[in-house]
Design a protein around this ligand. Sequence first.
Ligand code: HEC
Ligand code: HEC
Length: 275
Amino acid sequence: MKTSLGFFVAALVASSAGLFAVSLLSAAETTTTTTTKAPANPWFKPPLRASYEEGQFVYERNCVICHGRTGKGDGDLVQNWPIRPRNFTQAVFKYRSTPYGKLPSNADLERTIRQGVSGTPMPTFNTILRDSEIKAVIEYIKTFSPDWRNPDNFAGPITIPETPAWFMEPKDRAEHAAEGKKLFLAICLPCHGEQGDGNGPAAATLKDNFGQPIHPADLRQPLRSGAGPQDTWRTIAVGINGTPMVGFNGAIPPDNLWNLVAYIDSIRLPQPKML
Ligand code: HEC
Ligand code: HEC
């Protein structure tokens, strides 16, 4: 009973209907014997027990060397890398399709594990792990943080539109990029800089959620969040958890987000800089 009430309370809070939820909550406290069920958060995906052993097996053979036995990102291979392996005990995931501040979907984790993270030591496991192994290791990394057991931390993915047809036409794309540039100089420049190289006037002052200095991305390099135009659109829309890069979904209309994607695409350097 205790667990189901906890779940009920959390699901109500997740409904983000502030006052309404609070009044329902007190009603629920006095009527715990009724059979009314709280609307469960359909996106709640706690770790699957059935995958634990296979997941642990996959993790210890492929991930432990960087992410560490207890998931803290302190594996034996890790040296003074400028980019640390993710600390899974903090449950802060950067590359998502879910709103800023929420846990990633299974599909988001799968994308990262299959594709790796460009320009960082996070390798691609696409041809190395079987589908079932990827699914199992995803469940296993969820066991490192209790955040994965709280329905409040889950939300559905945002809808990512198809890449517009003009993106494939160099002339049209250049026109959209010029529009995107205006927006970029107005909104993104303070952090990413006039050239998009990450050296904006506010760059040196930025801190992540753990109080560590964080540098805005050099957007001329291959992006860590993925190589395709939809990956860039998604990242600008939902932001990067744990960092001052918040999501612009809602604040910038979807079409204008595509103009920004075209602009970022236009400033990419022909040769990526090595770490
Ligand atoms: C050679 C080192 C290395 C190995 C091996 C490795 N990782 Fe990583 N991983 C990293 C680094 C470094 C990052 C941080 C990348 C960044 O911050 O952009 C990372 C990040 C991640 C993330 C975070 C993605 C996000 O959205 O924040 C996940 C999930 C992940 N790794 C899963 C795995 C799994 C699962 C395995 C094993 C199948 C694995 N990694 C093996 C180095 C490694
Ligand atoms: C308050 C500062 C700030 C503002 C404003 C900001 N960003 Fe960022 N952005 C960052 C930081 C910091 C990172 C790097 C996060 C990290 O290292 O994980 C980042 C990362 C990104 C990335 C991901 C890069 C990658 O490798 O995947 C994209 C894309 C991006 N920003 C685009 C934009 C766009 C477009 C705008 C304007 C609409 C914008 N940002 C506004 C701070 C900012």
